[in-house]
Design a protein around this ligand. Structure first.
Ligand SMILES: Cc1ncc(COP(=O)(O)O)c(C=O)c1O
Length: 444
């Protein structure tokens, strides 16, 4: 990035210039049309230029862009709190709004720390997170992220975090059942807590379905319940990062609903406002807030644009449409057939090791050898080839890398808008198949 924040020439070289979006399609200035099979990194849950969302934004801008949080509250802010509390269900009595997923993580970490500080337990200030995870790009969020390539230049400045193994059923040790694997992971977490001393640990942080760092890796069955139980036994807060997988993306409004687990703190962002105006949120329980709010205190987190009125107005409309059109239900049911279609189309492709996911959040993992699950070498740049070839086919997908050892491993993520039509979903699957076959032909 240049000093003004403008991308430097070499960062944008070769990228098409975006012109406009309509529904599930994005158009560039050269007139090319792309179907949005990933909504960037799983953001645009209602597609682009939705007339009702745009109208809500226009109306709000006509009133005021933002009422600063220490001066005003607003209808959009209050309405959005109501909606997300209703959608999230019991256990999320408080919410703070921020402008990104990274800020949501920062707030989640700070709320956990302030909770224990207010209880007179300031020694509880360590966090445990997992390998192959991503929680954001600010220093605090990066410090709890198990994402080697993004950490590397800043490693010396990151606050120490204890990392436990990723929970990835496709890459579990050979010869053990998923049940035993989950127990092994639970034991590792508990052992780590014991080593650190529970009295020093504030929270355990995880993505219920790992996004960019793993390539759509849902927690194996039973995992979330076990980590919930361990955190309870040791008085540690369970922090769920649902920035990418939440807000309906996985076919339940909260991704962890699927596992029957309620965390103490939860972060949201991408699907919350659908990419129309930057917005994130951190929700937390009454019990987490109680010591903080005792004697009139409040959470010491937030920014100039916290609860940004325009962003909240856009998100209110996004969430109202999701609810009115029963889109979470559609994502849940249609997600099954979308994955099946991809599996059928790619069944003959040896390099496809795993197709997994929940709802409209699907990862296709590529391997050099299906038997040993060996990834392609990072230098083959398969993910970049997938990006290029699918774009040439007229599809936007989200190829990510490093899921195996931090460097190698290639997964293409598909995360269509919740309101993509059946025909559009078929088009995404077809274009993905063609683009992927061309990328694989390149590396053979
Ligand atoms: C799970 C998760 N947490 C946090 C973040 C950071 O969000 P942002 O890029 O909006 O700061 C991301 C971004 O991809 C994410 O996927």
């Amino acid at each position: 990035m240049g000093e003004t924040g403008t991308p430097m020439k070499r960062d944008t070289l070769g990228l098409p210039k975006v012109a406009y979006g309509r529904g599930s399609y994005v158009f560039d200035e050269a007139g090319n049309r792309y179907i949005d099979g990933s909504g960037g990194p799983a953001v645009f849950c209602l597609g682009h230029a939705h007339p009702e969302v745009n109208e809500a934004i226009r109306v709000q801008l006509g009133r005021i862009a933002h009422g600063y949080r220490f001066t005003f509250t607003s209808d959009p802010l209050e309405r959005l709190v109501e909606i997300i509390q209703q959608q999230a269900g019991p256990g999320f009595e408080h919410a703070v709004f921020v402008s990104s997923g990274s800020e949501a993580t920062e707030s989640g970490l700070k709320i956990a720390l302030q909770h224990f500080w207010a209880r007179g337990e300031a020694s509880r200030n360590r966090f445990i997170a997992r390998d192959r995870s991503y929680h954001g790009n600010t220093l605090g969020a990066l410090a709890v992220s198990g994402f080697a390539s993004r950490r590397e230049p800043f490693e010396q400045a990151l606050r120490e975090t204890a990392f436990v193994s990723a929970a990835n059923a496709y890459r579990k040790p050979a010869g053990i059942s998923v049940e035993d694997y989950v127990q092994q992971l639970a034991d590792e977490l508990e052992q780590t807590i014991v080593e650190l001393g529970a009295q020093n640990v504030a929270g355990f942080l995880f993505e219920p379905v790992v996004g960019a760092a793993g390539g759509v890796v849902p927690a194996p069955a039973g995992y979330a319940k076990k980590v919930r139980d361990i955190c309870d036994r040791h008085g540690i807060l369970l922090i769920a990062d649902e920035v990418m997988c939440g807000a309906g993306r996985c076919g339940t409004w909260r991704a962890l609903e699927h596992d029957g687990v309620v965390p103490d703190i939860m972060m949201l962002a991408k699907g919350l406002g659908g990419g129309y105006v930057p917005l994130g949120a951190t929700m937390f329980s009454a019990a987490v807030g109680e010591p903080i709010h005792a004697n009139g205190g409040s959470v010491n987190t937030g920014h100039t644009f916290t609860g940004h009125t325009l962003a909240c107005a856009a998100a209110v409309k996004v969430q109202e449409i999701i609810e009115r059109d029963r889109l979470v239900e559609r994502v849940r049911t249609r997600g099954h057939s979308f994955i099946s279609e991809l599996r059928d189309r790619l069944a003959d492709t040896d390099a496809v090791g795993d197709i997994r996911g929940r709802g409209f959040f699907v990862g296709v993992e590529l391997v050099k050898d299906r038997g040993t699950r060996t990834p392609f070498p990072a230098r083959a740049e398969l993910r970049e080839r997938i990006r290029r070839h699918t774009m040439q086919e007229g599809l936007i997908c989200y190829p990510v890398g490093g899921n195996v050892d931090g460097r190698s491993g290639d997964v293409a993520i598909l995360a269509p808008p919740y309101n993509a039509s059946d025909k559009e979903l078929d088009e995404i699957a077809g274009k993905f198949e063609r683009g992927l076959r061309r990328a694989l032909a390149d590396v053979r």
